[in-house]
Design a protein around this ligand. Structure first.
Ligand SMILES: [Zn+2]
Length: 110
């Protein structure tokens, strides 16, 4: 499956559903989505201080670079419009996931 805004490498290991939704969100946002972190195996997840049971290890989460208030606003609103309902706002990125085994909807600060 090909995506409009993401290379195969950028979305490697992600669920196709999440990749498809991100592509839609990127279209809505109208600004680049730089994926700082996508799929992580367990070792990688531990190294970067990811939580146990991280949605990143299931291919259900990405961290999108966002360091300005404008980028945060555009990315978060686009994610919601695209149907991604679990969002974490961090100093340098927005975490977005579609892990239905966790409380949904959820918006948190990291
Ligand atoms: Zn994350």
């Amino acid at each position: 499956m090909k995506y409009r805004y993401f290379s195969e490498n950028e979305i490697k290991g992600l669920s196709p559903k999440l990749a498809y939704m991100l592509d839609g969100a990127r279209e809505i946002a109208g600004i680049p989505f730089i994926i700082n972190s996508g799929y992580r195996n367990n070792d990688h997840n531990k190294k970067v201080g990811g939580v146990d049971n991280s949605s990143h290890t299931k291919g259900l989460a990405v961290d999108i670079k966002a360091i300005t208030s404008e980028a945060r606003a555009k990315i978060v609103s686009a994610l919601l419009l695209a149907g991604i309902k679990r969002i974490g706002i961090y100093a340098k990125h927005i975490h977005a996931d579609i892990d239905n085994e966790k409380p949904t909807p959820s918006l948190w600060l990291g």
